[in-house]
Write a protein that binds this ligand. Sequence first.
Ligand SMILES: Cc1cc2nc3c(=O)[nH]c(=O)nc-3n(C[C@H](O)[C@H](O)[C@H](O)COP(=O)(O)O)c2cc1C
Length: 174
Amino acid sequence: MDEVMKVIKERRSIRSFRPDPVPKELLDRIAEAGLYAASGRGKQAPKIIVVTDKELRDCISDENRRIGGWEEGFDPFYGAPAILVVIVPEDIPTGIYDGSLTLGNMMLEARELGLGSIWIHRAKEEFEGRLGQELLRKAGIEGGYTGIGHLAVGYQDCEDPAAPERLPDRVYYL
Ligand SMILES: Cc1cc2nc3c(=O)[nH]c(=O)nc-3n(C[C@H](O)[C@H](O)[C@H](O)COP(=O)(O)O)c2cc1C
């Protein structure tokens, strides 16, 4: 199997992480993979906010938990020490697609580097509220942005989950 296909097939969403920090060089590589994603009209509009500060990471987790309606104490990021938030300018018509592809590239690179990852939702709601504005301010980003998704990243604390069988009859050749 070629390398790309191997990573695509072996990558799975990880829901248990060790607290050990991820070296910055590895986070840089993951973000770089995101930056190389295709983008509508080649605008390269998505931005990636890499959060490793524990206090801020916990703040995002708590807001995400609140938006998701879970009980206090639940961590929707499953203990991952790093969160890469993908955002796009509000006025980019292909923003959701561009940002999603950015996240897809990053998931594959995380796997390639031996790290676990999982896409965590509810970035849209976060960036409609105070926390999103605070993240933009801290990162020094101006203008209106839509939250696309978070990539929780860390060293996985579980075996690789098995990939469910692919559902049949989803490809049509004409
Ligand atoms: C747009 C999107 C949003 C997701 N949001 C969450 C989430 O908030 N929490 C979670 O545990 N998993 C989330 N996931 C992970 C999916 O549940 C997971 O990709 C799916 O079950 C298939 O598993 P796999 O990634 O191992 O193939 C999300 C995935 C996508 C693509």
